[in-house]
Design a protein around this ligand. Sequence first.
Ligand SMILES: *[C@@H]1O[C@H](CO)[C@@H](O)[C@H](O)[C@H]1NC(C)=O
Ligand SMILES: *[C@@H]1O[C@H](CO)[C@@H](O)[C@H](O)[C@H]1NC(C)=O
Ligand SMILES: *[C@@H]1O[C@H](CO)[C@@H](O)[C@H](O)[C@H]1NC(C)=O
Ligand SMILES: *[C@@H]1O[C@H](CO)[C@@H](O)[C@H](O)[C@H]1NC(C)=O
Ligand SMILES: *[C@@H]1O[C@H](CO)[C@@H](O)[C@H](O)[C@H]1NC(C)=O
Ligand SMILES: *[C@@H]1O[C@H](CO)[C@@H](O)[C@H](O)[C@H]1NC(C)=O
Length: 557
Amino acid sequence: MGSAAVLLLLALVGAGTLLLEQVQGTENVTALYGSTIVIPCNGGAPAPEDLMFIKWKYETSDNSGDLLIKQTRNDQATIQATDDYAKRISLDDKYSLLITDASLKDQKTFTCLVVSDNDLLECPVSVIVYKKPSSVQVMDKPEALQKDKLTTVGTCVSSDAHPAATITWKKNGQPLLASEKAVITPSLKLDPATGLSTTSSTLQYAATKQDVGAIFACVSTYKQTDEELEMEPLSVHYPSEKISLQVMSKGPVVEGDNVTLKCHADGNPPPSSFFFHVMGEKVLVENSDTYTLTAISRGATGEYKCSLTDNKEMEASQRIVVSYLDLSLSLTGTVVKTVGDALSVKTENSSSGDAKVSWTQNGKPVKEPEFSKLTYADAGVYVCEASIDGLVRRQSFELVVEGKPSITSLRKHRPEGAKYKVLTCEAEGVPEPSFHWSINNTDEKSTYINGKAIHTITVIPKVNLTVTCNVSNKLGEDIMSISVSSIFEEHERRESGGDSGDQSKLIVGVVVALLVVAAVGGLIYWIYIKRRQGSWTTGEKEVGTAEENKKLEDNNV
Ligand SMILES: *[C@@H]1O[C@H](CO)[C@@H](O)[C@H](O)[C@H]1NC(C)=O
Ligand SMILES: *[C@@H]1O[C@H](CO)[C@@H](O)[C@H](O)[C@H]1NC(C)=O
Ligand SMILES: *[C@@H]1O[C@H](CO)[C@@H](O)[C@H](O)[C@H]1NC(C)=O
Ligand SMILES: *[C@@H]1O[C@H](CO)[C@@H](O)[C@H](O)[C@H]1NC(C)=O
Ligand SMILES: *[C@@H]1O[C@H](CO)[C@@H](O)[C@H](O)[C@H]1NC(C)=O
Ligand SMILES: *[C@@H]1O[C@H](CO)[C@@H](O)[C@H](O)[C@H]1NC(C)=O
């Protein structure tokens, strides 16, 4: 019976005479790739009361095919398709055609025929299948951009979409338009099996130094929706345009210094190797920008250069002047001279400039030593200092002025009320003289400063003595004598010029006088008074002898 109806229908359609036929405007149905397409029949309108059957078919420009038919009498729709559609199609209760696993091949017009007793409706529906890109990614990313040179920033790929996605580029958030400096090469690939499109776009960009850190982004636009991929900031590589050479030295370069040369070039990345031109030699230095001249010599004065290994044109130079100073004296170490000798010293200096020369003796500034007659005071450490450009050289010698000792003074002294005498012998002489006295003594003291020796002793002379001071060193001796009266001689007068003969006569005179006193008792008191008027003031008369009144000649030297 169904087939009869179909035959009838086909006859009607084929004849084209039936005026009842109505063709609706084409509806559009969109579906996502891989999903189930739902194609409503007659816009989803309820079926007419007198419905006989509903049939789905499809049409493309070059072929057509029946899909299924559902007669009202039958519960089940009858699948007519024999191709790929046979397993994918079904009908829902509103007579909508369901197609599973949508693909681009399903983009065609499906027509629903609604056949009723009095009517025939033909409702075509166009199916459009969308597929958004399965991935958007950027490839071919460089490590850095090259200044003024088209460098690939990246290739942006938006794959397997339908319709095809479009790709645009942005720099720092602003759309990047194609230009000489930004070359954009698009490409589109269609997968013949799926019909899906893969869009790609390669951006080449000629950067400037200002583009350091610029952020490029690729924008994939699909159905008015943007997917933006930001890239990591890129640095810009550029060759050096300036090169400089630095001599790392705090002050003037001085012979013996370690001098470091430092080369700097402004490229990015900074050059890691350099040529240093040192004394006519070209030295390659890798992974460093310095070269050290160890213990530079005076002959190293000259022009120094550095250059780039990959561009010999880039070269910088510096002149280094090595200061030097030599100083030598004709006298060194310890110089021993004798008092009265002549002395002169020759200095020799050779230097890279005008040297300042100065002298000190024992730390005090003096003129250049030049003596026609040396004295002890001329002895000492002489330092000659020459300087130039902060370079200082010192040479020194020690002058020793020797001489046979010479006594400059021999004195005696009796401290007030003392029962001893202090003798002082002073002498000049180098080396330090030794002192020998002709009398036993105690409390020996001596000082020796700048060739002057002072020696003191304490004596207790029991009798009148002539004391000698014997001063000697390896060069000779000097002797001086002094008369020292006994300390038991209470009456010490400062008489001078008397001799021992006069003293004897005086002693005899006094004895006679005493005899006269003994004989003439009346005169005793007068004599006593006379003695009190003298200078005898010590209390030592009880140990004295008969001669205790006699005068001493202390100052005979
Ligand atoms: C269906 O889509 C086509 C092209 O895609 C369009 O020209 C037509 O107007 C659409 N029909 C309706 C009813 O929107
Ligand atoms: C110079 O360098 C050498 C070795 O590098 C070192 O032994 C010497 O102490 C340095 N001289 C100075 C003055 O720094
Ligand atoms: C040493 O230096 C002084 C001062 O610059 C100069 O007058 C003198 O001629 C120099 N002597 C020699 C031998 O170069
Ligand atoms: C010095 O003293 C010693 C003993 O202390 C003695 O033997 C000697 O005779 C004395 N010499 C003189 C010159 O008094
Ligand atoms: C003085 O002393 C030195 C050293 O002791 C000695 O050699 C010399 O003979 C002495 N001179 C006299 C005159 O006593
Ligand atoms: C010591 O010398 C003094 C003066 O020269 C003289 O008067 C006295 O008699 C002398 N004494 C002796 C013991 O020689």
